[in-house]
Write a protein that binds this ligand. Structure first.
Ligand code: FAD
Length: 435
């Protein structure tokens, strides 16, 4: 049978039909476009938790996309395989003219894309990749001497200068869906086929709430109220367009926009300094003698430290896969400073639990909290969990929400904060002296 000639738009962390750069270019290519998503065995098979709600979220999003594609008499092709094997399979079914993707910057993704690019070249298939998940990428925001920024404030100033000089280009991909390949419904494995339980993610739809953005600086630090956007999961999987979000943010001053710039700052750091994946940004922090007490670590994970704000945060994380930013800082500081446990342990636990887990942001923020990152809180800044609670949750609304039947002294404190603070400062100082 003759193979149909197609172009492929391979979705990864850009799961939307609106304002999608790769999809827009594919649909303009003149060849009918097949949308493909691959549940990557290399990633999925490593997830031990078979009720992982990130997988459920991706799955629900794909089902929604599929129903829109049906209206255009097209279909998504969803495969469960390694990307290399999946592309070999697609290549045996269709004559692929070109593959369109959006850039992906994490170390694994770069390697994966390189493999597919090579496979495409072997088969004379064109391969195009576009910037989509950020406003500025890789080396687009650099110091005047062309080296990467390692401090946020000057980076953000340069980012804003560049932003004011350039108009945002939006991609009206959603208007071109008639250029999709006409097709009957194609393969669509069930969650069970992927080895996961059939559960719901419970992630609310993305909502770019202008009122929230306008008042963000007043609401962002109060964990008891819904004063942040909850868009992190959507930014992670591309179910919201960063261009649309930044355009709205920029209309309301700096507070919310700065957070989106932090996201790009950490992506740029990871890109230019990939050693941060396993090591502190600054080498001298490599010598800290962590205590790494496993029992204490388990208590921290479960939210049983006896410090209400820390415990409420960890219970929120365990229950819903999200934690308020201020409490991420408090729990992170408690782990690294009060318990003197290696920040990489905390980073790994958050990576497992957070629905919005993003290597660059998680790593950058953990290094920030531990004081060893590129633009960190100074190492001697140790959050006092009691003071943080009275300042940011004075009526204990957040604490009572996440610690059921909360009452004072509900659990003994696993460590005395004052002693632990001194112990942490000594451990950090010793590490610097041993350099
Ligand atoms: P909002 O306050 O509404 O902010 C809007 C967006 O700005 C966020 O969705 C996010 O994309 C970005 N943003 C906000 N704060 C930061 C920040 N400090 N660094 C980078 N980007 C930011 N964020 C993740 O997206 N993934 C992670 O894995 C992650 N791990 C973290 C680990 C620690 C220890 C800490 C302290 C922070 C971490 N953050 C992470 C950053 C931040 O806590 C979350 O982005 C934020 O809480 C998500 O909620 P929101 O969408 O309501 O944020």
């Amino acid at each position: 049978m003759e193979r149909k000639k197609i172009s492929i738009c391979w979705l990864r962390r850009d799961l939307r039909l609106q304002d999608n750069a790769a999809l827009y270019h594919a649909l303009n290519s003149g060849t009918p476009v097949l949308l493909v998503f691959i549940f990557d065995k290399n990633i999925l098979d490593q997830l031990e938790n078979k009720t992982d709600r990130r997988v459920a979220f991706i799955y629900e999003t794909l089902i929604e996309l599929q129903s829109t594609l049906y209206q255009h008499k097209s279909s998504l092709l969803v495969l469960y395989d390694t990307p290399l094997k999946a592309f070999k399979k697609i290549n045996s079914l269709y004559e692929i003219e070109a593959i369109f993707v959006n850039h992906d910057y994490e170390p694994y993704a770069i390697k994966r894309d390189e493999e597919i690019k090579n496979l495409a070249a072997e088969h004379q298939i064109k391969y195009y990749s576009f910037k989509d998940q950020v406003i500025f990428e890789e080396s687009e925001v650099m110091k005047p001497d062309d080296t990467p920024y390692t401090v946020f404030t000057p980076y953000s100033k340069m980012w804003k200068n560049k932003f004011s000089e350039n108009n945002i280009t939006f991609y009206s991909s959603e208007r071109l869906l008639t250029h999709l390949l006409k097709s009957k419904p194609l393969d669509f494995p069930s969650l069970k086929d992927l080895g996961f339980e059939d559960i719901r993610s419970n992630v609310p739809d993305p909502n770019i709430d202008e009122n929230l953005i306008a008042h963000y600086s007043e609401t962002r630090n109060t964990p008891a109220i819904d004063g942040t956007s909850h868009l992190s999961v959507h930014l992670r999987f591309g179910t919201v367009s960063i261009r649309k979000l930044v355009k709205t943010a920029a209309e309301y001053g700096d507070a919310f926009l700065n957070e989106l710039i932090w996201r790009e700052f950490f992506m740029t750091i990871l890109y230019h300094f990939p050693h941060v994946v396993n090591h502190p940004f600054y080498k001298k922090y490599e010598h800290i003698k962590w205590r790494n007490n496993e029992e204490e670590f388990i208590k921290w994970c479960k939210g049983e430290t006896g410090y209400p704000l820390v415990d409420a945060g960890m219970r929120q994380l365990n229950e819903v896969g999200w934690m308020h930013n201020r409490i991420r800082m408090v729990t992170g500081s408690f782990l690294t400073k009060d318990l003197l446990i290696d920040w990489r342990w905390g980073e790994a636990y958050f990576a497992e639990k957070l629905l919005d887990y993003e290597l660059s942001s998680n790593n950058g923020n953990w290094q920030w909290v531990a004081g060893c990152g590129c633009d960190s809180a100074p190492y001697f800044r140790v959050f006092n969990p009691g003071l943080q609670a009275s300042r940011f949750d004075p009526d204990q609304v957040y604490i009572k929400k996440w610690i059921k039947n909360y009452k004072e002294n509900y659990l003994p404190q696993i460590v005395d904060h004052k002693m632990a603070r001194t112990r942490a400062l000594n451990a950090y100082k010793k590490a610097f002296d041993s350099e």
